[in-house]
Design a protein around this ligand. Structure first.
Ligand SMILES: [Zn+2]
Length: 568
């Protein structure tokens, strides 16, 4: 026991000494106070405006996160300091903690905490810009905080909204907020829950939350209510109209300007009777989890530009289904899926759909999967052949086409029909090579130079039946069958189709973003399996491994083409 105690003391001593070295070097006066229970260092650092008393939790090993630093009794609302005094020293990206250097980690953390506190002290005597930027974080640390998921758009319009309270709350959220008059998102478990009126109120000035140690009270609610405009007061009256005869539970979501841009939103739940906030009842803070399409898109890195775009995907097989999924995940707002096929046993393992969809029309199942996964994505289905769809389609709203049919002849014919639609839209044609040889994607336009026929020429520019892009030398049988002639297929797997689909989706997104010049993207695989099976490859396949896409693009589209520009 004595030995262990001595070791702990030595370790804390080492942490203190290292911290003192760093403070000395910067001229910061540091005092060690009595150590706290466990492995806690109590320190006092002299700042510019005040002295900071810090408790540093030196629980080792500091391998997964920096030690906690708590500042004692701050008198102000300080940016990056929680209600309970925890200083939010961030584990800066690129910092990797070294297990054998606890003293260095502790000393570094104390310096970071000190720097942050000094900055926050300046912010606190100024306009509190940093604090109000971080308000939602502070709110989520208030005592007794509860969680609410909100599908209410955070905008500048005050309005009545709907709240559901989940009494059982096995999930993270207790409250669910939705817009009045629109159905709740399907992932909100509110169907069987009672609902009540609530209000979303837009404030022009931020309101201060309780200081460290303080609590939310009816006075805080009154302060918010007193700042309401006449119009907001009317909304409020409507919200609490049920309180005339009996006590009513109500929640207020308040939205405040955030100095860094956008708005913060926090919630308060309390009781009202006869229109008055009950002074002696609990006021519960609600930390709001934003559940709007716009928030989830932005947070998830989905393109906002693509949200307005409509892409038609011809072919929803291995590659096409993955292109559709990648486009939806990247934020494309609307997809039309065209494919007459049904999902079968042969597709499992190399399709965006799984075995539970066997027997379903691919387009129907994909529409369901994509709209379930990605909020704000609209999917139209067309269970017909590409040519049939095109003959009847209204193309006014369409912004681009993906051809992933896996049938070159059909693709060339379809590409020609698309060139007849009379306007310039991006058209991506993508296909796979057998086994692990690779895949291709061409970005073309329905108008102008660069067509699919540009690819079907030999080195001299004469028409050819095999594309210049081919990795597999022509004239070899690569199809396999497991059960007879009726089940002929080209062997490749999920990695091959996904890699290829990602090239195609990326090309389409680039085109939607303004890059419309013809381009050729490809990946050349190891070809280990192809070599094993004795397949012959083209010189281009060997060259492709080290070729630059720009050079390959030039090789394909840099010469005259009988079909799309002058030349023979
Ligand atoms: Zn051409």
């Amino acid at each position: 026991m004595i030995e262990a105690a001595t070791q702990l003391e030595q370790e804390l001593d080492a942490c203190f000494q290292r911290t003192r070295d760093l403070c000395d070097a910067r001229g910061i006066v540091l005092t060690r106070l009595d150590d706290g229970p466990g492995r806690r260092l109590n320190l006092r650092l002299a700042g510019q405006r005040c002295e900071w008393r810090l408790e540093v939790d030196c629980t080792w090993p500091c391998t997964t996160k920096l030690p906690n630093v708590v500042v004692h009794a701050p008198r102000e609302l300080l940016a990056h300091v929680g209600w309970a005094g925890l200083v939010c020293v961030s584990d800066s990206q690129g910092l990797s903690l070294d297990e054998g250097r606890e003293a260095d980690v502790v000393a570094h953390t104390v310096q970071e905490a000190f720097n942050l506190l000094e900055r926050s002290a300046e912010d606190a005597v100024g306009d509190k810009t940093e604090f109000f930027d971080e308000l939602e974080g502070y709110w989520s640390g208030l005592p007794g905080v509860t969680w609410g998921r909100s599908a209410v758009e955070v905008n500048e319009v005050s309005r009545n909204i709907v709240m559901h309270v989940d009494g059982e709350a096995p999930r993270l959220a207790l409250w669910y907020f939705t817009e009045h008059g629109s159905s709740a998102p399907r992932e909100f478990p509110v169907a069987k829950l009672p609902w009540a009126r609530a209000m979303y109120a837009v404030l022009t000035e931020p309101v201060s939350p309780p200081k460290p140690g303080g609590k939310l009270s009816a006075a805080d609610v009154e302060q918010v209510l007193s700042s309401f405009s006449p119009e907001q007061k009317q909304l409020w009256q409507r919200c609490v109209s049920g309180s005339a005869k009996k006590k009513q539970a109500v929640a207020l979501l308040i939205s405040m300007p955030r100095p860094a841009g956008g708005r913060s939103v926090v919630g308060l739940a309390f009781s009202v009777h006869k229109g008055q906030v009950l002074p002696n009842e609990l006021v519960t803070p609600i930390s709001v989890l934003r559940h709007t399409v716009s928030y989830m898109r932005e947070r998830g890195g989905a393109s906002t530009a693509a949200a307005e775009k409509h892409i038609v995907v011809f072919g929803c097989g291995s590659v096409g289904s993955e292109v559709a999924d990648a486009l939806a995940a990247s934020g494309t707002g609307r997809l039309t899926l065209v494919d007459p096929d049904f999902m079968s046993e042969d597709n499992v393992f190399r399709h965006a759909l799984g075995r539970d969809r066997i027997g379903w029309p691919k387009v129907v199942a994909l529409r369901e999967e994509l709209t379930r996964k990605y909020p704000g994505v609209a999917v139209d289905e067309a269970k017909v052949e590409a040519q049939e769809w095109l003959a009847k389609a209204d193309l006014d709203s369409v912004d681009g086409f993906v051809l992933a049919l896996g049938l070159p002849t059909l693709e060339r014919s379809l590409a020609w029909r698309l060139r007849a639609i009379g306007k310039a839209l991006p058209m991506v044609v993508t296909w796979l090579e057998p086994l692990d040889l690779g895949g291709h994607s061409l970005l073309l336009s329905t108008n102008g130079e660069g067509c699919l026929d540009c690819v079907y020429r030999d080195e001299e520019g004469a028409d050819a039946l095999t594309p210049q892009t081919a990795f597999l030398a022509p004239g070899q049988a690569v199809t396999r069958n497991l059960t007879g002639c009726s089940s002929i297929f080209v062997p490749y797997g999920a990695i091959q189709s996904r890699r290829t689909a990602l090239l195609a989706a990326e090309q389409m997104l680039q085109a939607l973003d303004g890059g419309a010049a013809p381009a050729y993207a490809f990946w050349a695989g190891d070809g280990i399996e192809a070599t094993k099976q004795g397949l012959r490859t083209t010189p281009w396949w060997s060259a492709a491994k080290s070729a630059l896409p720009a050079d390959a693009t030039k090789r394909l589209f840099g010469r005259p083409c009988r079909r799309c520009r002058n030349g023979s």
